[in-house]
Design a protein around this ligand. Structure first.
Ligand code: HEM
Length: 448
């Protein structure tokens, strides 16, 4: 495939062994999980292997995915290793809750993510973008690392929309603490995968200490909100939890879940989108043409959203090639059959957007960035081949929030600046808690 102005190949840089030993898989999982997916996973509809004495299946078969994530979702839970790595950051909020506790939480929180809440999301995104653009104007024509700005922007939008909080002061130390955790004791170790649920690992103590300090930090942020009366407009997450009588500790843990899940993934999606549009000036120009006459102010943003079809297609295609949530991991409670595949009790089923989205039988020119796939009128992707937000009862509760925010943020940044790359080497994806770029490159921003 030759590169066209509006499309370009961004290949999978990881050619892992086709049948890696479990030691090789463990090493890859510790360093960069993307290297643990064998090349045949991108051609076959299911790949089975044994890892740490347990059956592990990489599942691409649409019927199997439907079965595991929707039809028999109750038979599958998050693995102990996901709980160990994420628990200290997200506590027992919605992401890690199970069973009736999860159902109760999901029902209580849903109104904060209803379609009518997209107007406040759009307005807060527009406001936060204005502030970020004002800060970035200072750098005009000088090299600037954009990614840290995008992380603070996404955190600002999450805190303002979900908790009516201004997080300007707490944002940078919060990000720094999280980054330290994700690159240090939060990284999974071999024992995280092997030891049964509930057993301590050598990192448990350090993680427990992190958790205590982290939750105290979130509690201090939430305390500012508690001092104020209920919000005047739409009820935010804080109001919903207060009305439902959620105890203090659980409110703090839910806030930790929502602030983390609500900004980390969106920020990384935006980082990849900026990298891609900076590398493809024609794509960027087409976004600039689309937004040139649109009112992207806090008042106009929600009205502008339906007119951002191309910008939205760029976001959709970014989420295909670089899905922030690169793997959905489930463990079977009991034996099961999914699309004719026998699943043993305690088997780990991996439904991997990183693999699915680049699968050669499911996508034409799978490694090519081509936003036209997602333009209105294009043929929709094959069933269950595109899952940036998962599917079924545990699909992302913030999917519409994230799409509204990232589309408007990309539109606003391109409306304000011509974004030029200064580092011309393609960024490599690295699987941390989310799919991160391997470095934070500098860009030059020229006001339009
Ligand atoms: C581009 C941005 C985002 C991506 C790619 C993303 C992706 C995902 C995925 C794939 C899942 C399902 C995981 C699984 O099935 O194992 C998920 C769950 C979740 N997401 Fe997102 N997400 C994004 C933004 C957000 C935002 C903005 C929020 C909140 C404001 C959020 C909150 C959550 C929560 C709480 C869950 C757990 C839901 C449950 O288990 O019931 N996410 N996300």
């Amino acid at each position: 495939m030759t590169d066209l102005p509006h499309s370009r190949a961004f290949e999978n840089p990881y050619a892992a062994l086709d049948r890696p030993s479990w030691r090789a898989i463990a090493q890859a999982l510790r360093n960069n999980a993307l290297a643990s997916f064998p090349p045949r996973a991108f051609d076959d509809m299911a790949v089975g292997r044994s890892f740490a004495g347990r059956q592990q299946i990489i599942l691409n078969e649409p019927e199997g995915i439907r079965h595991v994530l929707i039809e028999n979702a109750g038979n599958y839970r998050r693995t102990a290793s996901v709980g160990r790595a994420l628990g200290p950051v997200v506590g027992r909020g919605l992401f890690l809750a199970e069973g009736s506790d999860w159902r109760h939480q999901r029902r209580m929180l849903a109104p904060a993510f209803a379609p009518r809440m997209m107007a406040p999301v759009a307005a807060e995104t527009a406001r936060a973008c204005r502030q970020a653009i004002a800060r970035l104007q200072v750098h005009r024509a000088r090299p600037v690392e954009l990614f840290p700005h995008l992380q603070l922007l996404a955190l600002d939008v999450a805190a303002a929309t979900l908790f009516s909080l201004d997080i300007t002061a707490e944002g940078p130390p919060l990000r720094a603490a999280m980054q330290l955790y994700a690159t240090g004791i939060g990284r999974p170790s071999m024992l995280d995968f092997i030891l049964p649920r509930g057993w301590p690992t050598p990192r448990s103590w350090a993680r427990w200490r992190f958790r205590r300090a982290w939750m105290r930090r979130i509690a201090r942020i939430l305390a500012q909100r508690a001092q104020r009366p209920a919000s005047a407009g739409e009820r935010d997450l804080f109001d919903l939890m207060a009305e439902s009588g959620v105890p203090h500790r659980e409110r703090v843990e839910q806030a930790a879940t929502m602030l983390t899940a609500g900004h980390e993934t969106t920020a990384v999606a935006l980082a990849w989108a900026i990298h891609l549009v900076a590398a493809m000036p024609d794509v960027q120009q087409r976004i600039a043409d689309e937004v040139a006459t649109l009112d992207l102010s806090p008042v106009g943003a929600i009205e502008a959203l339906p007119r951002l079809a191309y910008t939205r297609a760029v976001i959709d295609e970014t989420l295909r090639l670089y899905p922030p949530a690169f793997s959905l991991v489930r463990q079977a409670r009991a034996a099961d059959m999914a699309a004719g595949i026998a699943i043993a009790p305690r088997a780990v089923v991996l439904i991997v957007p990183w693999v699915l989205h680049r699968h050669r039988r499911l996508w034409r020119d799978a490694d090519t960035f081509d936003p036209s796939r997602f333009l209105p009128g294009s043929e929709p992707p094959a069933r269950f081949s595109y899952l940036p937000f998962g599917t079924g009862p545990r699909a992302c509760i913030g999917a519409q929030f994230a799409l509204t925010e990232s589309t408007l943020a990309l539109a606003s940044l391109v409306q304000a600046f011509r974004i030029e790359p200064l580092d011309h080497e393609p960024l490599q994806p690295v699987a941390s808690i989310t799919l991160q770029p391997d470095r934070s490159p500098s860009f030059r921003l020229r006001p339009r």
